[in-house]
Design a binder for this molecule. Structure first.
Ligand code: PMP
Length: 430
């Protein structure tokens, strides 16, 4: 429904009026057809789980503790789960105490509660550019002014972050927080270098900054490496977000926040206002999984599956992409960030891509300010290895055609020939 034909428009809260589903959402309905190779949704390969083990865990929870599992629970989440999640964090070298944790409905609810806790309309948040679609949505749904800090192969440019902070200070303003995904970033597929983590921690001290450290992918490093967390470096300044979505399964909708005590208390109150408490049933399933299953080995298996898929994608990109197309090389998780030549707009190209039976998320979805038209996110985690090459070959063919078309129509004036749209695409990705 178009906004100006919505008869309820004048009734909505201010923050809701500007919200609309992107036209891209409709295209994704087509992209989910089996003949399309979709690199769009950031979906884990749940078929890599041992389903018999899952069945046994779920049955055991009901058999042994059915009445508790089906009852309400506390707003902070179950203590036994919080203790087990501390072990998951430890596995990555992130220190925490179970008291500091709040269980959420995935990392997404965590990001929303944090935005609600800290952001008034117009407040500034500094976030990597590009950044996670759902992170942008959580912040902009509270009418935040999301400003981007560019990245390179070593993650967020901390020198440019400082510039942005100085600029805000000159305006007499500050950033409410910095939102970062330091490990195997969604969508850029790069990690913040160790040196920059230390610099970010120093900058946070110097500018009295709060950092939201969103870490769904840290355990999915292809070489099994882990990096120092920001929480480890400046614990009093970090609100940390974790999730089991990428290490066990997103259907469990279980995530968590680790935060300093006063912040945790506010977040518990906000969550109780939103949904009372997390599901005991899913919490107990996660508890039982972590207690009885070889979860460290399972995560290693996931990382190996994704590594193999990343190699399939990178090999195909190297052989199929035309001159002028560039991409990042991930060392973990799910994503490759593609850059196409000037004159091609990935939002405009998506419908054609889908008719070529391949889908991606246009780069614009990952910016709050309408930038990103020359990028696309390719997620390799979900399609079968055998289909990845096929999908990249279709995309390569389309980009060859498109580059020829731009050159034929515009000759040497090709760059910047197409009008850039403004405004981010919302409601896509994962
Ligand atoms: N943060 C990032 C960076 C993500 O990529 C995602 C999901 N794709 C989430 C948070 C939220 O995931 P979930 O709610 O499933 O934990």
């Amino acid at each position: 429904m178009l906004l100006d034909t919505d008869p309820y428009l004048t009734r909505y809260a201010e923050r809701v009026r500007g919200m609309s589903a992107s036209e891209i959402r409709a295209l994704f309905a087509v992209a989910s057809r089996p003949e399309v190779v979709s690199f769009a949704g950031g979906m884990p390969d749940t078929s890599a789980l041992d389903m018999e083990a899952v069945e046994a865990v779920v049955a055991q929870v009901i058999r042994d503790s059915g009445a508790t599992a089906l009852q309400y629970g506390g707003g902070q989440g179950r203590a036994p789960l919080r203790e087990l999640l501390v072990e998951v964090m430890e596995h990555e070298g992130v220190p925490a105490h179970a008291d500091e944790l709040l269980i959420t409905v995935g990392g997404q609810q965590a990001l929303e509660l944090i935005a609600k806790c800290f952001l008034d309309p117009g407040d500034v948040v500094l976030a990597e550019g590009p950044t996670y679609v759902g992170g942008i949505g959580a912040m902009t749904s509270h009418q935040a002014d999301v400003r981007h800090v560019p990245m390179d192969a070593e993650g967020m440019r901390i020198d440019l972050l400082e510039e942005a902070l100085d600029g805000l200070a000159r305006e007499g303003r500050r950033a409410e927080y910095v939102y970062t995904i330091p490990n195997h970033q969604n969508p850029a597929g790069v990690s913040l270098s160790v040196e920059r983590r230390h610099r970010l921690a120093e900058v946070a001290e110097r500018h009295d900054l709060l950092i939201v450290e969103d870490n769904p992918y840290g355990l999915l490093d292809f070489a099994g490496e882990t990096f120092p967390s920001l929480r480890q470096l400046v614990p009093d300044r970090v609100v940390y977000v974790g999730t089991v979505s990428k290490t066990i399964a997103p259907g469990l909708r279980t995530g968590w926040i680790a935060a300093p005590g006063p912040i945790r208390d506010k977040l518990v109150l906000l969550r109780e206002a939103a949904d009372l408490c997390p599901s005991n049933l899913t919490q107990m399933i996660v508890e039982s999984w972590l207690r009885t299953q070889p979860w460290r080995e399972q995560i290693k298996r996931f990382a190996a599956v994704y590594h193999e898929k990343s190699v399939a994608m990178l090999d195909a990109l190297a052989t199929e992409m035309p001159e002028g197309v560039d991409w990042t090389v991930p060392s973990g998780a799910f994503y490759v960030w593609l850059t196409v030549p000037d004159g091609i707009d990935t939002s405009d190209l998506l419908a054609k891509a889908i008719s070529h039976r391949v889908a991606y998320v246009p780069g614009r979805g990952f910016y709050a300010d309408g930038a990103g038209g020359d990028h696309a996110r390719l997620c390799f985690s979900y399609p079968e290895v055998a289909r990845i090459g096929e999908g990249i070959s279709r995309l390569g063919e389309l980009l060859h055609e498109e580059i020829e078309l731009v050159a034929a129509v515009y000759g040497d004036d090709a760059p910047q020939v197409r009008p850039r749209r403004t405004g981010p695409a919302t409601g896509v990705g994962g």
